[in-house]
Design a protein around this ligand. Structure first.
Ligand code: NAP
Length: 331
């Protein structure tokens, strides 16, 4: 695929973090069927990363996609972490991942090593889009600026060069906070043309992104890919909000959204996908799933009719910012 736009039907791609056994040990067959279902629904843009299951999500993706013509699909993966052969006991979100130790490193050498490994797991000779992964406070605490500088002198240079040489189609950051994307868009030397913003421009949470990141991205023509449109599942009844156990305040918020949605006969998945793709800076949304049926649902929901009165009520009751572009003519 020459460009993301060509790969997009309905502005939806498939996010594969859950296919790296993020929340559960997904049987191999179910994982393959989920990817196959995405393909059968016409999805041609796939987001992955070495971090998702220590290479497992990339392997699973490669196993299904490699039987198709490489020009027919678009892959975005990430650098900043590479996978080693050393084994370790896994815990937390990726407790069921492959046991291989993952090293975080934003240097030039590590970036090249990570790309080599991804190509092998994805069974391809090129990547389309590459994001520098999680160079952000939620992973590095106060050290995140130091890590950002490491990436600026390492990964950013490699990716800028690969873009210039036409080896990749685009690059940027893939992060769960807005600040790194705001910062990278101000740099003189590095010119990312797309960034993956996860959890930050969703029906549930969008105020901060609306203030700076989204308008700047629109102004500078940096495309935003919205990751984690259900804030890692809580919006659709899951236990996790932004990859941690959801607190009572969030669960109450979701219940209130559900009540309004029920009254208007709207599925929250439809509202979430259509909200995240309505901003002019938003190029695509990449919901994650481990179940084939969900992909059919995603495609149905992004095209579902939503009454204007639903959006009006969300704005009037303060659940959606009055500044947010909405998928309706009423605002
Ligand atoms: N820093 C980064 O670059 C970054 C960070 C986060 C995410 N991302 C990307 O964005 C993608 C999406 O994020 P995500 O997958 O973490 O979170 P998400 O898309 O917000 O939510 C995914 C969860 O929603 C659940 N779900 C979907 N439909 C459902 C339904 N009808 N009822 C109940 N649950 C439902 C899925 O469960 P099932 O598995 O049961 O379907 C899955 O656990 C990732 O996969 C990744 O590719 C990137």
């Amino acid at each position: 695929m020459k460009s993301l736009e060509q790969a997009l039907r309905h502005k939806v791609g498939l996010g594969t973090a859950p296919l790296g056994n993020m929340f559960r040990d997904v049987p191999e067959e179910e994982a393959q069927e989920t990817i196959q279902s995405a393909w059968d629904q016409g999805i041609r843009y796939f987001d992955t990363a070495p971090f998702y299951g220590a290479g497992l999500a990339e392997q699973r993706l490669g196993n299904v996609l490699s039987k198709y013509d490489r020009d027919d699909y678009f892959i975005g993966t990430k650098v900043g972490r590479y996978v080693t052969n050393e084994k370790e006991e896994k815990e937390g979100l990726f407790a069921d991942a492959r046991g291989n130790k993952v090293i975080t490193d934003y240097s030039e050498d590590a970036t090249l090593k990570s790309i080599e490994q991804s190509l092998e797991r994805l069974k391809t000779d090129h990547l389309d889009m590459v994001f520098v992964h999680d160079v952000s406070r939620d992973f590095h605490g106060d050290e995140w600026i130091t890590k950002f500088d490491e990436a600026r002198n390492g990964a950013f240079r490699v990716l800028s060069r690969l873009l210039e040489e036409g080896v990749i189609n685009s690059w940027g950051l893939g992060v769960n906070t807005t600040e790194p994307i705001e910062l990278v868009m101000e740099l003189e030397e590095a010119q990312p043309d797309v960034c993956l913003s996860a959890t930050q421009y969703t029906l549930l949470q969008h105020e901060r992104a609306l203030q700076r990141m989204m308008p700047t991205a629109a102004e500078k023509d940096v495309g935003i890919i919205v990751g984690s449109p259900y804030n890692s599942g809580v919006l659709l009844g899951g236990d996790h909000f932004n990859y941690a156990k959801a607190g009572s305040d969030i669960l109450t918020h979701v219940n209130q959204l559900e009540d309004i949605a029920d009254r208007h006969n709207v599925h929250l998945k439809a509202a979430a996908l259509q909200f995240s793709t309505s901003h002019p800076a938003s190029k695509a949304v990449i919901p994650g799933s481990t179940r084939p049926d969900r992909i059919v649902e995603d495609v149905e929901m992004i095209n579902a009719d939503i009454p204007d009165a639903f959006w009006r009520e969300l704005v009037d009751k303060g659940f959606v910012s009055p500044q947010a572009p909405l998928p309706t003519k009423a605002y």
